[in-house]
Design a binder for this molecule. Sequence first.
Ligand code: SAM
Length: 297
Amino acid sequence: NNDVPDIASPIRTKAIMETYGLTFKKSLGQNFLTDKNVLMNIVDAGDITAEDDVIEIGPGIGSLTEQLARRAHKVLAIEIDQNLIPVLGETLSPYDNVDIVEQDILKANLPALVEEHFDGQHPLKLVANLPYYITTPIIMHLLETAVKLDTIVVMMQKEVAERIAADPGSRTYGSLTVAVQYEMDAEVAFVVPRTVFIPQPNVDSAIIVLNQKEGDVERPISEMVFFKLVKGSFAHRRKSLWNNLQSIYGKTPEIREALQEALDASEISAQIRAEKLSIHEFIVLSNNLIKVEEKFN
Ligand code: SAM
């Protein structure tokens, strides 16, 4: 429904909140977007078409939801704040392809919600302007869910977006980078200044686009060993991989010998730092560490 006036503008956003007697809750990361161009760019970044079903986390007063509803087949918006549910019922009333549920995304049973609200005949994407305070837990939650999301387009603090999309060797490459890029291709689409939000946050934001990897995706033999390695390798960023490996597994001569064997078999130097290792190298090394894991743990 393109004839309805847009929700997003500073004046309308303030007016809607006033009408319902609501204040912006900092504790829930309520910084609402008020710039229609930015909203359209987010929808474009997800390449949302009438073929797509979309999940939105944290619709707020519905500014982004509205632009999604105009382009997508169907939208499911999941909002934790019960005070916003009646607001959304009204602001989104012109759209008959939007369902709103009051839930905490971190506790939501996504497979059940998807089953209940979508017909399973359309590609499923996720689009959100995330609350800053739980960006990383939400991303990890989405990567772990059994629901297959073809594309994830999320706005977050610029620095976190840069960490997620970092290349090996860069200053911001870390365990979050590996955890995300191991599952999906990641790219920063564009940066959003703090001035387009009400209230203004203290940081700038960026849109990140995650796409399912194409073709055969390389998997470690043991995800447990892989994630233990990734987390432990970045535990002390300034130290060598060798030092971090000993912090994970121990320093006895037997353990050191087994660790050296795993490194040799992986053709990885002990003196390298974790930030230089590609995801493929982490996988190979974790496969060779299974022996160490079995023998010494
Ligand atoms: N989508 C709106 C926009 O772009 O203007 C609002 C974005 S605002 C940054 C984040 C939204 O997420 C708020 O509406 C907040 O209430 C909601 N939220 C915070 N924590 C949540 C959670 N755990 N589950 C679902 N929604 C949450």
